[in-house]
Design a protein. Sequence first.
Length: 97
Amino acid sequence: MAYDPGAIDATLAAAVGDEPALIAELREAFLDSTQRALHALMVAETGEAWTAAAWRLKGLAASFGAVRLMALASEAAAVPVGDIAMLRKLKRAVERL
């Protein structure tokens, strides 16, 4: 699955038009939310908490057109709590946003 760095900005531009300041503000809010969801995965102690955080991250990614992150978050929901390899993949995906 290819990574499209412009997908988030394109999604935001489609939603709010040619408003660079608003796009930047919404993008920052999205990045903050993804960081919080990733942190929730990192500290999850139960399967329920892990799955909820993975689905939250997937929903955020889907809302902003971050297809690769959405797919990884979906995969995360199916792996054991605290899966280090999955957390690394998610962290890299979030850093690339």
